[in-house]
Design a protein around this ligand. Structure first.
Ligand code: MG
Length: 381
């Protein structure tokens, strides 16, 4: 028996261990440009590795999640958010006997398309692109992996598998995309559904955490939320001696654990009841199989509303995001009036994609600090 576990052996292990409705790497619908299979890595492992090695992935470190960088070095940025979400997705996928590498790949790519300055930046770019085919961050993630990253002389983009692209696409394709897009089915694969919920669990928890650390949220107002209050009480009962700091840390950890556990149990009950024969049957189900049970679903929605009102629309957060408008509008107008200011590789894309789309791709890809530097250099005096 060989000491090595090669791709075929990994695929065989999946056949034995994964649930019948999982996405098996050996059954992948493949890549747009056919490539020979790897000796030791499955199709989804290669997708994950291509995403991690992409330039867009490294730029996530300098993109705003909620708090801009100078708010403190412990605040989440898009990279740490992505890693926390990926970790949650791996736990869920593994426990549900789904394809862990596929769920991980989808999460690692899910925020690649975000603009600088978070959602404020996206709103500005969407307005600027209104008459030029619109702008949306999910679509932009797909543009990055399909068209904008450089990986090979043979094709544009990273040439990811159908299933990973299906997960990145999220809500179907309502726009022009130069290469074929995954077809719209009733449901995406379960690994994509897991990725979606892991994102939600990750940001709700870390935004509560960062909100408290920054002082923008205070404990008293959080006790209005049953999800927070009950979890914190349970932690306090288990460890009555802990300091306030430890109580805070344990509450966040317990909250993630509670949500993940509930999601696992509710999702598995739904899958057992439906028992789809395979991935094709799963894609045809009328509703999503992955999700929380009714009680925590309501409590999580309430917590998200709270965060939206008290944190995402907090005057100090809005104040910071106000710089998005002059910087992004300024850069867009400047490149549009003189495309010669664009780097050569972006100028080359104006021929293929049109001037406005090439500028939107370039500006959307910028980190917060790169956008500010360019604005300083090209627009401000
Ligand atoms: Mg996210």
């Amino acid at each position: 028996m060989s000491a090595l576990h090669d791709r075929r052996a990994l695929e065989e292990t999946e056949r034995q261990q994964l649930a019948p409705w999982a996405a098996f790497s050996a059954d992948s619908r493949g890549r747009i440009f056919e490539e020979p299979e790897h000796a030791y890595r499955t199709v989804f492992q290669r997708d994950r590795d291509r995403i991690v090695h992409s330039r867009a992935f490294r730029r996530l470190e300098y993109k705003t999640q909620v708090f801009v960088r100078h708010e403190g070095d412990h605040m989440r940025n898009r990279l740490t958010h992505t890693l926390e979400a990926a970790q949650i997705a791996r736990t869920i996928a593994r426990a549900m006997r789904l394809n862990e590498e596929l769920a991980e790949a989808v999460v690692l790519a899910h925020d690649l398309g975000h603009t600088p300055f978070g959602h404020a930046g996206e709103r500005v770019l969407a307005e600027l692109m209104k008459d030029h085919g619109d702008f949306d961050h999910n679509r932009q993630s797909l543009r990055i992996v399909d068209l904008l990253e450089e990986h090979s002389a043979d094709f544009r983009g990273l040439n990811l598998s159908y299933e990973t692209r299906e997960g990145i696409l999220k809500h179907g394709c309502h726009w022009e995309h130069p290469v074929p897009v995954p077809e719209a089915t009733s449901q995406p694969n379960l690994e994509a559904q897991v990725a979606d919920h892991s994102d939600e669990i990750a940001y709700t928890n870390h935004d509560l955490d960062d909100g408290l650390r920054s002082g923008l949220l205070v404990l008293e107002e959080l006790s209005e939320l049953p999800l927070w209050r009950d979890t914190r009480e349970a932690v306090r009962e288990r460890q009555p001696e802990g300091s306030a700091r430890v109580l805070h840390l344990r509450t966040i950890a317990a909250l993630i654990d509670r949500l993940v556990t509930d999601l696992l149990e509710a999702s598995s009950a739904r899958l057992s009841a439906r028992a789809p024969a395979d991935l094709a049957a799963l894609r045809a189900l009328p509703e999503r199989a992955v999700g929380l049970g009714a009680t925590l679903r309501g409590q999580l929605a309430e917590t998200k509303r709270f965060l939206s009102e008290r944190l995402y629309h907090h005057p100090r957060v809005l104040e910071r995001s106000r710089q998005a408008t002059p910087v992004i509008e300024g850069l867009f107008a400047c490149f549009r009036s003189d495309p010669g200011l664009l780097p050569a590789h972006v100028q080359a894309r104006t021929e293929i994609d049109g001037v406005e789309r090439a500028i939107a791709d370039y500006v959307a890809g910028m980190t917060d600090r790169f956008a500010l530097q360019n604005h300083e250099r090209l627009v401000a005096e």
